[in-house]
Design a protein around this ligand. Structure first.
Ligand code: ATP
Ligand code: MG
Length: 391
C-alpha cells in the first residue's frame, strides 16, 4: 500500500468562468512532471488534485519533492495509506498524527468518502476515529466547531488515508496559462531568479543566451545550460536558444566609441530577443535588470536599451536588494552554480568609463556606423538550440 499526495490549488481557485482552463493547465503540468517518476492516477475533485501511484516501487518522497515545485499549487499534503477498516484508520491516525496531536489543544476528525460502497458513512468514520484518538490523547479536547487541528481521513477505492499537515507548495500560477516570454539568461545570479519569478506567474519561458566564443568559454556555456536544466524543475521543459554574439561584439569594439560599448551591445540583445519572440509567439522579454546595480541599469540606460523594441520588458528584480535576490537563488538551488567564476559576454570589452546617463540620440549616432540588420540576421541564423531537462 502506497501513500498518496494531495495538491491544493492556489490562487486559481479564485478565478471565475475560466477556472476550468487554469485547472486543466495545472493538471497537465502535474502529469508531465510525474512522467519521469512512474505511473500515477491523477484526478481532481473540489480544487484538490489527487496523485495516486500505480505501483509499489514509486519513490513517494521524490514525488512529493517534485510536486512542491509545480507552480499553481498552494499546498502539498502527504496522506498515509492503511486498510479500509475503522480499526486500521484509527490506528494509523494515532501513529501518524502523534506529533500534531501532542501539540494541539483541540481537534476534530473530518472524513471524505470517495468509495460510496464503504459500509460506514463519513460521520460514522469521523466519530469512531475521533473517539479512538480521544482515548489515545486524553489531554486534547474534541471541538467540532473551532478545533486547532483537523485530522483528515479519506476512504478511497484502493485504501484509506490519513492526511499529514500540509507543506507549502510553489505558489504562483500554472506555467503556460499566461502566455510565453523570451527570458535573457546569463550565467549570473540574477537572471535565473528573474526567469523563475516570471515562470511563477504562469508564463512559459524561452531562455536566450548570448555566447561570445572564444572571449567566453565552453565552460561558461555549460554553466548556463546547467542553470537552465535546474530551472526546468519549476518552469517545465524548455529549449535554450544560444545566439552567437562574437561578431557583434567585435564590430562594436572596432567601430564604436568605447563609452557606449555596453549600451550598444544591450540594444543588440534586445533586437535579437525580439526576433526570437516573433518566431516563437512570445509576447514579452524578461531580464534580470535591477535599478542602479550597474551602469547599464540606470533609468536612462534602460530607456535606450528598450527603445529598439516594441515588446514589454519584464524586470521582476527591478526593485529588489541583492540580498533578497540571493535568498531566492539559494531557495531554487541556482546560487552555487551562478557564482562559479566564468566570464559573461557583458564582462568582455567593458568600457572603463561607461555612460550612465546616455541620451538616446547619442547612442543612436554611436551605433549608426554598424550594419545593424545584417548583424542581427547573422546572429538569428546562427542560433543553436539545446533541450533543457531536469537531471
Ligand atoms: P546576471 O546576474 O543575470 O548576469 P547582472 O547583474 O550581471 O545579471 P548584466 O550583466 O548587466 O546584469 O545583465 C543584465 C541582464 O541582461 C541579465 O540579468 C540578463 O537578463 C541579461 N544578460 C546579460 N548577459 C547576458 C547573456 N550573455 N546572455 C543572455 N542574457 C544576458
Ligand atoms: Mg550578467
Amino acid at each position: 500500500m502506497q501513500d498518496i499526495i494531495l495538491l491544493k490549488q492556489g490562487e486559481i481557485v479564485l478565478k471565475g468562468l475560466n477556472k476550468k482552463y487554469f485547472e486543466q493547465k495545472l493538471i497537465s503540468n502535474v502529469k508531465r512532471r510525474l512522467r519521469s517518476l512512474g505511473e500515477f492516477d491523477v484526478t481532481c475533485t473540489q480544487s484538490t488534485i489527487y496523485v495516486e501511484p500505480k505501483s509499489d516501487d514509486i519513490d513517494m518522497d521524490e514525488t512529493q519533492q517534485a510536486m512542491t515545485k509545480v507552480f499553481g499549487i498552494a499546498a502539498v499534503v502527504r496522506a498515509a495509506a492503511c486498510d479500509k477498516t475503522p480499526e486500521a484508520m484509527a490506528q494509523k491516525a494515532i501513529e501518524y498524527m502523534a506529533e500534531a496531536m501532542r501539540e494541539a489543544g483541540s481537534f476534530k476528525v473530518e472524513t471524505r468518502r470517495a468509495d460510496k460502497a464503504f459500509p460506514m458513512t463519513s460521520i460514522e468514520v469521523s466519530q469512531y476515529v475521533g473517539g479512538e484518538l480521544n482515548e489515545a490523547y486524553p489531554n486534547v479536547e474534541v471541538d467540532v466547531h473551532d478545533p486547532e487541528l483537523v485530522v483528515n481521513i479519506e476512504v478511497r477505492d484502493l485504501a484509506a488515508y490519513v492526511h499529514a499537515a500540509p507543506v507549502p507548495g510553489a505558489g504562483g500560477m500554472p506555467v503556460g496559462c499566461n502566455g510565453v516570454a523570451v527570458t535573457l539568461l546569463s550565467g549570473g545570479i540574477d537572471s535565473p531568479v528573474s526567469s523563475y519569478m516570471i515562470a511563477k506567474r504562469g508564463v512559459r519561458l524561452i531562455p536566450l543566451h548570448f555566447f561570445s566564443f572564444p572571449y567566453t568559454s565552453e565552460q561558461a556555456k555549460e554553466k548556463v545550460i546547467e542553470l537552465g536544466n535546474m530551472l526546468t524543475e519549476y518552469c517545465g521543459r524548455m529549449t535554450l536558444e544560444i545566439a552567437p554574439f562574437t561578431h557583434i561584439q567585435e564590430e562594436i569594439r572596432d567601430k564604436c566609441p568605447e563609452e557606449y560599448f555596453t549600451l550598444i551591445m544591450r540594444r543588440f540583445m534586445m533586437r535579437i530577443a525580439q526576433r526570437v519572440a516573433h518566431d516563437t509567439g512570445a509576447k514579452a522579454i524578461v531580464t534580470g535588470e535591477n535599478l542602479g546595480q550597474v551602469a547599464s541599469q540606470t533609468m536612462e540606460a534602460m530607456a535606450s536599451t528598450q527603445a529598439v523594441i516594441d515588446l514589454p520588458v519584464l524586470q521582476p528584480l527591478i526593485g529588489m536588494d541583492k540580498e533578497e535576490i540571493i535568498t531566492i537563488a539559494r531557495k531554487i538551488g541556482t546560487f552555487d552554480t551562478s557564482i562559479l567564476p566564468y566570464e559573461d559576454c557583458c564582462t568582455v570589452f567593458t568600457p572603463k568609463h561607461p555612460r550612465t546617463r546616455p541620451k538616446l540620440s547619442e547612442v543612436e549616432r554611436a551605433e549608426s556606423v554598424l550594419d545593424i540588420d545584417a548583424l542581427v540576421d547573422e546572429a538569428v541564423k546562427g542560433l543553436e538550440e539545446v533541450e533543457l531537462r531536469h537531471e
